[in-house]
Design a protein around this ligand. Sequence first.
Ligand code: PEP
Length: 248
Amino acid sequence: MKPIIAANWKMNKTVGESVLFVERLSNEFAKTDDKDIIIAPPFTALHPVAAVLKGPTLHLSAQNMHWDEKGAYTGEISAGMLIDVGCEYVIIGHSERRNLFAERDEYINQKIKTAFKMNLKPIFCIGETLDERNLEKTFEILRRQIKKGLNNILSDDIRRIVFAYEPVWAIGTGKTATAQQAEEVHRYIRKVIIDLFGEKAGANIRIIYGGSVNQKNMGSLMNQPDINGALVGGASLDFESFAKIINF
Ligand code: PEP
């Protein structure tokens, strides 16, 4: 399975900074064919970044989208608009969207369906809070997020989803799940997908880990059999640091 290294830049970088970064990335990694590198810049930089992304290894993602195809939603962005500017992926259900913008599992499910309809590949984020982990509810929470987020999704479509396990307590905190903690949860996520959608669906999905990934912990995370890549926030903003993560 080809690993995915995805950069989520959140609300950082101007158009100029984004383009410079991606031009450099295109020059250094255009010929790398054993990894998929996904860049999720802010909305304002999607179109200019699409123009400088080169090679089959580099892919463009948005950080969010609306669930409806068009309409009176001031300040929102549709899946069709993302396709129009060259996106291939879209992050759906990031914990910052769930917690700061009250995104519920039902909205996330609608977004995934709309993404499929418009031919965008969802990067579907799931993860427990620290309280939920301390109460030993991690598996229960993940099963609920997967079941509700993927309600009425066809088994054949599951392979188009990238699953991102992002424990909320590890995002932007400097606390990474240990490789063993992450592996245990990734194995569980695969099991839930097998239970709900069958053996083939579970075997083919890529499950990536996110939460304070950096150049030091990337290697041990990637040594685990069920960790198929990383979603990187803070450490993807600096070129040298992100390049080292890609070259883990
Ligand atoms: C994220 O927000 O997706 C993330 C993983 O952030 P960080 O790497 O900064 O923890």
